[in-house]
Design a protein around this ligand. Structure first.
Ligand code: TXA
Ligand code: MG
Length: 366
């Protein structure tokens, strides 16, 4: 006991006056088929509940990206999320629930579209926006009349929500405008000592943020494209859903978090029409380049691969595989002091819309 206190104060002193220690990372992964979690998971969930109940911030894994969680009913704890991320108070948070019953208890009205989407896809990578019930504090919705709800498909997250017995407000666990984290170490790197605990549930399988659907309008409207396609949503609701008309550079803020610049790595990123030509020109000019491409068999790409100042990252050609690897690749390249990241322009069809959306925002420099 005395040793633990001494160690704690030593770590605090070493990093400077008033500095907080780095958060512990508790790792707990187990096979999806296993009915019961291993002892490590039970212990991690217990620690997380304890931290949350004293208004702390816990990073949690989900199938999309890691989230930074606090008890949704606790205004002070939610305010700490905004501070830790440097997030503007005008950008509302998603509230994570254990099941549909918990979601309904937070909504003033539960539209048929929300029921259809939740029944078909939860737990899963889709968020429904519905009229907000009285239990949700203003700070969560940025004062708005609606609340965004999602039941994540990750055993650690769901068990944590159930064990805490309360919904958790959680944005992506990164500093505002940065690239979302898809591993526990990305969270540590971005938020470090600004948070209290990190639950490591392994890499996120989807790799991009959930599809956000406004169920208060008729027809329902997709506010943020994500892992679920428009066609899948339309099949679930049994009718058309609206889709943002413009690609991101021209999007005006309908969903308050949908600023043009978002998801950006520190290294400038470009998505040129002729990636090969652009990479060749930049390398010739002496720049250090990272290049995300699926065309590693292309003779032009192979010729360039010999350049010393070029890191070629082979990307999966299928959209799910590409999305799952995208953020981890950007995080890794950001560590390498490159002058520029080049990404092949993804196909122009609807299936790639969510990936194109993230890349277009990442490429905007203000
Ligand atoms: O996959 C995800 O959605 C991840 C994981 C952690 O669940 N969360 C996430 O949260 O991406 P965040 O805060 O980074 O993005 C939430 C998006 C923002 O664009 C925000 O503006 C929008 O959802 N949003 C939240 N509440 C809203 C509301 N009431 N009406 C419209 N948009 C809302
Ligand atoms: Mg985010």
């Amino acid at each position: 006991m005395g040793g633990a206190i001494l160690l704690g104060s030593f770590r605090r002193c070493k990093v400077g006056l008033m500095a907080r220690p780095l958060p512990p990372i508790l790792r707990a992964v187990w096979p999806a088929a296993a009915a019961e979690p291993p002892a490590a998971a039970v212990e991690a969930i217990g620690r997380a509940v304890e931290v949350l109940s004293r208004r702390g911030l816990v990073a949690i894994p989900t199938e999309t990206v890691y989230g930074l969680a606090a008890i949704a009913f606790d205004e002070e704890a939610v305010a700490a999320i905004f501070r830790a991320k440097g997030r503007p108070s005008t950008n509302p948070l998603i509230v994570h629930v254990a099941d549909i019953a918990m979601a309904r208890s937070l909504a003033a009205d539960w539209p048929a579209a929300a029921e259809a989407i939740a029944t078909r896809f939860w737990p899963g990578p889709v968020t429904v926006v519905v009229p907000r019930g009285p239990r949700i504090p203003d700070i969560v919705t940025a004062g708005g009349p609606t609340v965004a709800l999602r039941c994540p498909d990750h055993p650690l997250a769901r068990r944590l929500i159930a064990a805490a017995g309360t919904p958790l407000a959680a944005p992506s666990a990164n500093r505002s405008e940065g690239v979302s984290p898809t591993t526990a170490l990305h969270v540590l790197e971005s938020l470090g000592n600004r948070i209290d605990l990190i639950l490591d549930g392994g890499p996120c399988t989807k790799g991009i943020e959930s599809t956000v659907i406004d169920c208060t309008s008729s027809p329902p409207r997709i506010l943020r494209p994500g892992p679920l396609s428009r066609a899948a949503v339309e099949a679930a609701v049994g009718g058309p859903v609206e889709w943002p008309a413009a690609e991101p550079a021209a999007v005006t803020a309908r969903s308050p978090g949908q600023q043009a610049r978002h998801y950006a790595p520190k290294t400038p990123l470009e998505m040129p029409d002729d990636a090969c030509g652009r990479v060749a020109a930049l390398v010739d000019a002496g720049q250090r380049i990272g290049w995300l491409t699926s065309r590693t068999d292309d003779p032009d790409v192979r010729r360039l691969a010999a350049s010393r100042d070029l890191v070629i990252v082979p990307m999966p050609a299928d959209v799910e595989g590409f999305a799952a690897r995208l953020y981890a690749t950007l995080h890794a390249l950001d560590q390498r002091q490159l002058d520029r990241i080049i990404v092949d322009r993804p196909p122009d069809d609807e299936a790639w819309r969510a990936v194109r959306d993230r890349l277009t925002r990442a490429a905007v420099r203000t």
